[in-house]
Design a binder for this molecule. Structure first.
Ligand SMILES: [Zn+2]
Length: 239
């Protein structure tokens, strides 16, 4: 018997009536089976919704079975708003993507809980989503250079180069996949933001869109990742 605490990042059907639930915990991904989960009467169905924070008691070897499921939080305020929920799903898809990487899962898990809380309880939640994506790059060892030209260390910055992984001077600005220097400061303010100390900054829509595209391209280029939720968001919000 083992107790696990984590966030539901994925759930899938298993055989006729069962489901496998994937949890993100402070040691990475874990999964368990719930029998009869597809029956409407199953109490486990609502408990194991995506994004729920659970404490479970698991039994068995190999594919474990949940004998007890306690819901610690449902983040209901994130789920009543379609756009907010799609942003949250985007974050959880990214977590699922890195859940078996060799990174500090304890750190990522604690940070994820804080970010989910902010997404749920604030109106200005988009900067927190960006913050999560930016800081995760650091945990993955893919952090962008934000202070001086990646190639020559010149501090007079002309833009941000996706392929070079950071800021560049005017001599090293590539023709493609680059972003204007004006985006570097707001992006850096999110990258270095201490979520425990102050609220997220607010940005003009233009900056919100610019940073979104910068992060998207960075993730696609360096992680080969574009989430399904991100594709859905594009349709919902238009960028
Ligand atoms: Zn340079």
């Amino acid at each position: 018997m083992v107790t696990r605490e984590g966030i539901v990042i994925k759930r899938m059907d298993y055989k006729e009536t069962s489901k496998i639930v994937f949890l993100y915990t402070d040691t990475g991904r874990d999964s368990f089976l719930i029998h009869g989960a597809n029956k409407i009467s199953s109490p486990h169905l609502a408990k194991t919704e995506i994004a729920n924070h659970l404490k479970v008691i698991l039994q068995g070897k190999g594919l474990k079975i949940a004998t007890e499921i306690d819901v610690l939080d449902t983040y209901s305020k994130s789920k009543s708003d379609l756009i907010k929920f799609t942003y949250l799903s985007h974050v959880l898809e990214i977590v699922n993507h890195v859940a078996e990487a060799e990174i500090d899962h304890g750190k990522l898990y604690r940070f994820l809980l804080k970010i989910m809380d902010k997404i749920s309880h604030t109106d200005n939640y988009i900067p927190y989503v960006y913050m999560f994506e930016a800081k995760l790059l650091y945990l993955l060892g893919l952090q962008p250079e934000l202070r001086a030209c990646v190639i020559c260390q010149e501090t007079d910055i002309a833009g941000f180069s996706i392929a070079d992984g950071g800021v560049v001077c005017k001599n090293h600005l590539p023709n493609t996949k680059s972003f204007p220097a004006e985006l570097v400061r707001p992006f850096a303010s999110l990258y270095y933001h201490d979520v425990d100390k102050s609220d997220a900054p607010t940005f003009e829509t233009e900056v919100i869109i610019g940073i979104r595209k910068l992060i998207d391209e960075y993730y696609q280029y360096h992680l080969n990742l574009k989430t399904k939720a991100r594709e859905m968001l594009e349709k919902l919000i238009g960028y």
